[in-house]
Design a protein. Structure first.
Length: 317
């Protein structure tokens, strides 16, 4: 379509770009520019998917109220769609989120309630528990519930994943993403695995989050506290996170020269990173003739590059 008649028609079909001015190690590196969505992040996709599914199922009526617990970007996606469709939106946000993001949400018409970011699920001030209580208190309210709403991973299984596959012409080795709600890595991962079981799905997780341990050992243990990065890392395993689709977990730190350059060039909300298969195995073997790591398909993402993921920076090896 040569032009759009609604901002909602501009969600998705974001461009893919190869990184050529920063050292990416043995791999070719591509970024899918999710900041080109109208709300500035990948979460526009699930904002539209969740609201449209709720409308179809009769859970959300004209002029209704949407409630969500969010680290910010899902709120922006929901706010964009809610403003276009005429819904009231109430967002419960952890207090570590940036002031700019909160101002942006308010400018889009969302009502903001800030709560503590250092308390676990089950605490009365935990942001998801607060959202659940408010849904019960406000007549006719709809809880977007990104952490267990199947419309979240569906947006990526039917949208983001197919776009990556088509743009890369099926030529990629792995997809790497952070976990917030789990929708991106689960939806994209399922689609890519259906296309090619050899594609590795890797989660980049900040220190203190429970996700990496759960992937590696099956154990879920939250030891309290918080982490500085916004939008990724969890103190529980969301229902939308499909651990069975994930092959490996890697730390999302330290911020090395490549990541610092990425953040300066593209800002932290850009997207999916993809590393093309082309020549990767040959270059690795040339430099590591003694290694059989690629033979058993256990290539550690940290042996290729150290990744720091902020907000919606996600990576695909």
């Amino acid at each position: 379509m040569p032009y759009s008649r609604s901002v909602l028609e501009m969600i998705g079909n974001t461009p893919m770009h190869e990184i050529t001015r920063i050292d990416t190690g043995v791999c070719r590196l591509f970024v899918k520019l999710e900041n080109q969505n109208p709300g500035g992040s990948i979460k526009d996709r699930i904002g539209l998917s969740i609201i449209e599914d709720a409308e179809k199922e009769g859970q959300l009526k004209a002029g209704g109220t949407i409630i969500e617990a969010t680290a910010g970007n899902t709120g922006l996606g929901l706010a964009l769609v809610a403003a276009q469709k005429g819904y009231r939106l109430i967002l419960i946000i952890p207090d570590k989120m940036s002031a700019d993001k909160v101002r942006h949400l308010r400018a889009l018409g969302a009502e903001i309630i800030l709560t503590r970011s250092d308390v676990p699920k089950g605490h009365p001030e935990y942001y998801q528990d607060m959202a659940e209580r408010m849904v019960q208190e406000i007549p006719g309210a709809f809880w977007a519930s990104q952490f267990d709403n199947p419309a979240n991973p569906k947006a990526h299984e039917t949208g983001t994943g197919p776009e990556i596959w088509e743009q890369m012409e099926g030529n990629l080795d792995a997809f790497v993403a952070g976990v917030g709600s789990g929708g991106t890595i689960s939806g994209v991962g399922r689609f890519l695995k259906l296309k090619n079981q050899e594609i590795r799905i890797v989660v980049a997780d900040p220190e203190g989050s429970v996700v990496a341990r759960a992937v590696k050992t099956g154990e879920v243990r939250y030891e309290g506290g918080s982490w500085l990065v916004e939008g990724i890392g969890e103190d529980f395993i969301p229902d939308n996170l499909d651990l069975f689709v994930i092959d490996h977990a890697a730390p999302s730190w330290p911020v090395n020269r490549w990541v610092s350059g990425m953040i300066r060039l593209f800002q932290p909300q850009i997207a999916e990173l993809v590393i093309e298969r082309d020549a990767t195995i040959k270059r690795w073997r040339d430099g590591h003739p003694e290694s059989d790591v690629l033979e058993d398909r256990q290539l550690d993402i940290t042996s290729v590059l150290d990744i720091s993921v902020e907000d919606q920076v996600t990576a695909v090896e």
